[in-house]
Design a protein around this ligand. Sequence first.
Ligand SMILES: *[C@@H]1O[C@H](CO)[C@@H](O)[C@H](O)[C@H]1NC(C)=O
Ligand SMILES: *[C@@H]1O[C@H](CO)[C@@H](O)[C@H](O)[C@H]1NC(C)=O
Ligand SMILES: *[C@@H]1O[C@H](CO)[C@@H](O)[C@H](O)[C@H]1NC(C)=O
Ligand SMILES: *[C@@H]1O[C@H](CO)[C@@H](O)[C@H](O)[C@H]1NC(C)=O
Ligand SMILES: *[C@@H]1O[C@H](CO)[C@@H](O)[C@H](O)[C@H]1NC(C)=O
Ligand SMILES: *[C@@H]1O[C@H](CO)[C@@H](O)[C@H](O)[C@H]1NC(C)=O
Length: 619
Amino acid sequence: METPSAACCRRRRQLQPPSLLFLCLLLSALCLRPGLGVNTVNTVYGDTIILPCRIEVPDDLMFGKWKYEIANKAPVFIAFRSATKKNVQYDNVPEYKDRLSLSENYTLSINNARIGDERRFVCMLVTEDNVFEEPTIVKLFKQPSQPEIVNRAKFLETEQLKTLGECITKDGYPEGNIMWYKNGIVLQPVEGTVVITERTNVDKASELFTVISSLDYMPTKEDTNAQFICTVTYFGPTGQETIRSESVVFDIHYPTEKVKIQVLSQKNTIKEGDNVTLECSGNGNPPPQEFLFYIPGEPEPIRSPSLYVLADVRRNATGEYRCSLTDESLTDSTIITVHYLDLSLTPSGEVTKRIGEALLVTCTISSSRNATVFWSKDNTRMRTSPSFSSLQYQDAGNYICETTLQEVEGLKKRQTLTLIVEGKPQIKMSKKTSTDGSFKLISCNVEGFPKPAVQWISSGSIINKAKETRYINGRFSSRIRIAPEENVTLTCMAENTLERTMTSLNVSAISIPEYDEPDDRSDDNRGKINDQTKLIVGIVVGLLLAALVAGVVYWLYMKKSKDVNGESEKEAAQNSQTLLRAKGEVHGVHRAASKHVDKDLGNIEENKKLEENNHKLEA
Ligand SMILES: *[C@@H]1O[C@H](CO)[C@@H](O)[C@H](O)[C@H]1NC(C)=O
Ligand SMILES: *[C@@H]1O[C@H](CO)[C@@H](O)[C@H](O)[C@H]1NC(C)=O
Ligand SMILES: *[C@@H]1O[C@H](CO)[C@@H](O)[C@H](O)[C@H]1NC(C)=O
Ligand SMILES: *[C@@H]1O[C@H](CO)[C@@H](O)[C@H](O)[C@H]1NC(C)=O
Ligand SMILES: *[C@@H]1O[C@H](CO)[C@@H](O)[C@H](O)[C@H]1NC(C)=O
Ligand SMILES: *[C@@H]1O[C@H](CO)[C@@H](O)[C@H](O)[C@H]1NC(C)=O
C-alpha cells in the first residue's frame, strides 16, 4: 500500500519534468496532512479499506490480531489469525459483521468503507515472548455533489440587498468549503452589500455533509449580465479539489435616469395628412411602460404607453412635444414641423369665355417653405403664366398650375383650368374657277365655337355635296364644286348655339370661260368688273378681225381701181366699221383685221372708244 503522498508524487512526476521534484515533495507534505509520522490509509467512501500490518512477521509467531482504539475506552478486538493452526476468527462486533477479511500476511480488508471507520486500527503480532504493535490511521473521503445555485432571485434591484440564491453541495466528506464568484472574481463579504451565510447539515445515517451557502447581494447597474457561480473546495484522497456550479445571470432592475422622445418616421420631413408616431422611452430596467405626453393644444397631458400616434396632422400641429415619466420627474421634448402647401387657382375648373374678352388668371401658393409654380397647357410645359387681354380660339385648352415642395417628399399640389372660348359664327366666302374652266370651287370659310353647322343653299334648295376641312382653332371651310349653266346666287349658312348667320355670293354661268380669280375674294362687284374687261377685250379682238376683213376687201378693190394710191388709211377704217355694222355681231368674231389696229391692242382708251362705237352701231 502506498501513501497518498507517494501517489501524489508519482502522478506529478509523470506530468512534470524532474526539475520540479522539489515542488512535488512540498505537495507531498501537504498531502500528508493528518498524523504526521503515523501510517495513514486514505479510502474513498464505500470502497474497501486495506490495512497492511506493516510488521515483519517473526519466525516464532503464534498469532496475529487486529483491534481498533477509541480515546478513553478499552480497545476493541475485531480479527484473529493463528499462525500455527492457520485459522481465522472475527470477533462479534456488529459494526464489522461480514465486512472483514484477514489475509495470511495479516493484511486486514474492511469492505464498504463508512465514515465510522475513520479511526485508529492496530495490528498485533504475538510471539512466545513478545508483542509487536503497529497502528494505522484510516482516513475517509467522499466527493460532494456539484454545487448548484438554487432558490434564485427572479431579479435583483440596485440599492437593495436581496438574497441572490443558495449554493448547495451535498454528501461530501470531509466538509467542503463554498465560495461565490462574480465574473470569475471571488466575492468577499462586504457589510450591507455582500453577505454570505453558510450552514452545514450532517446526514444521520451516512454522516456525510451537505453545505448550503446563501448569498445576499446588492447589485449595481454594471451587474447586468454578470456571471455568478459558486464552487466547493474539498479534500480528496489525493488532495484538494474544486467543483464549480453552472453560471447564472440575474436580471438587474434599476430605475430610469433619462427619458427620450423620438419621432418614428421613415421620412425626414412631415407633411399635412401624415400620421406621426411619437416614441417615449426610459433607460431603466425594466423600461417604463407608461408615460405622460404633452401635446400642443391639449390642456392636460395624455397618459399613454410608449407609442403615441398623431393621426392626419395639420399645420397647426407644428410645435413642441414633450413626454415624461408618469410621476412627471424626467422629461424630454422635440419639435415637430408639419409642412404644408396650398395652391389656389382662379378661375379654376371649366370656364367659358367669349372670343375677344380679357381673362385674368392667378395661381397663388402658400407654403411652409419656398415653393415653385409650374404651368402647363394641354400637357406641354409653359414658360410663363397665362394671361389673356383678348381671348382667341387657340387660347382654349387645359391649363394646369402645379407646385411642389422640393424638401418635402410627396408634397405636391395642382389645379386645373379648362378654358373654353366661345364665338358666334363668322363667314367669308370665296370662289375659284378650275384651270380648264369646267367647274367652280366655292368656299365658305367659317369661324366660331362651338363648331358651327354649315348649310349651302342655292335658289332656295339645299346642296348636300359640301366637303369640310378640319376644324382647328375654331376655323374650318366648307367647299362645293359647281358648274352652273346659268347665273346663280349661293348662300352659305353657319349656325351654332350662339347665332345663325349667312352670306351669299353671285356665281355666273360656266359657259363663258373665265380667268382664275384670286382665291380669297368675296367682293362680287370686282368680279363683275373683271367680266366686263374680258368682254371689252373680246369686242376689240372682233373689231380688229373686222378691220382685217375690210383691209382685204379694200386691197381687192384697189387692184381693180385705176387710182390705187388715192385712198387714205382713215377711210379704210371707216370702211371696216361699215362692214362691222353690216355684220351686227361682236362676240366670237373671227375675221381678218389690219396690221395697224393689231398694233394698238393694249390701248384701253381706244378700246373704250371702240366699245362706244360698237354700241352706237348696235343701236
Ligand atoms: C498480503 O496478501 C494479500 C492477499 O493475499 C496481497 O494482496 C498483499 O499484497 C500481501 N501483502 C504483502 C505486504 O505481502
Ligand atoms: C394614417 O392612419 C390611418 C389609420 O390608421 C390610415 O387609414 C391612413 O392611411 C394613415 N395615413 C397615412 C398617410 O399613412
Ligand atoms: C388644428 O386644425 C384643425 C382643423 O384644420 C382642427 O380640427 C384642430 O382642432 C386644430 N388643432 C389644434 C390643436 O388647434
Ligand atoms: C425663400 O425665398 C426668399 C426670397 O426669395 C429667400 O430670402 C429665402 O431665403 C428663401 N427661403 C428658403 C428656405 O429657401
Ligand atoms: C350673268 O351675269 C353676267 C355678269 O356677271 C351678265 O353679263 C349676264 O347678262 C348674266 N346672264 C344672265 C342670263 O342673266
Ligand atoms: C346678286 O345678283 C342679284 C341680282 O341677280 C343682286 O340683286 C344682288 O345684289 C347680287 N348680289 C351680290 C352679292 O352681288
